[in-house]
Write a protein that binds this ligand. Structure first.
Ligand SMILES: [Zn+2]
Length: 110
């Protein structure tokens, strides 16, 4: 999932009946001035910090899901009594950390 401010390309397809000079963000569906290189709501004022934060958020969310899934599988394999909470937290924490890092890197490349 790439997080890219591709508002300008979407403009011609989605704003046929909108006022001229107005485009709609493909991510949040807000109307923006036609000359906006990116969506300030999704990407922040500088268009980069917000994208990184959004990538980090998505990465962290993915990390939570992945960590929870791994923990669930592991817990069912070894039995709930053998599931140490310190290990569970370590697994989820590790997945979240990796997810955030990957998310930030991906958003910066995009
Ligand atoms: Zn937006």
């Amino acid at each position: 999932m790439r997080v890219e401010p591709r508002v300008t390309e979407i403009a011609t397809a989605t704003t046929a009946d909108e006022a001229p000079g107005t485009i709609v963000c493909g991510s949040c569906a807000r109307e923006l001035p036609g000359d906006s290189p990116y969506c300030p709501y999704c990407c922040g004022e500088d268009g980069r910090r917000g994208a990184s934060g959004r990538g980090a958020f998505l990465g962290g969310l993915f990390g939570v899901l992945a960590g929870g899934l791994i923990t669930a599988v592991w817990s069912s394999a070894v039995g709930p009594e053998q599931t140490a909470w310190r290990s569970v937290l370590a697994i989820i924490g590790g997945c979240v950390t990796v997810g955030v890092i990957v998310g930030v890197i991906r958003s910066r490349k995009g």
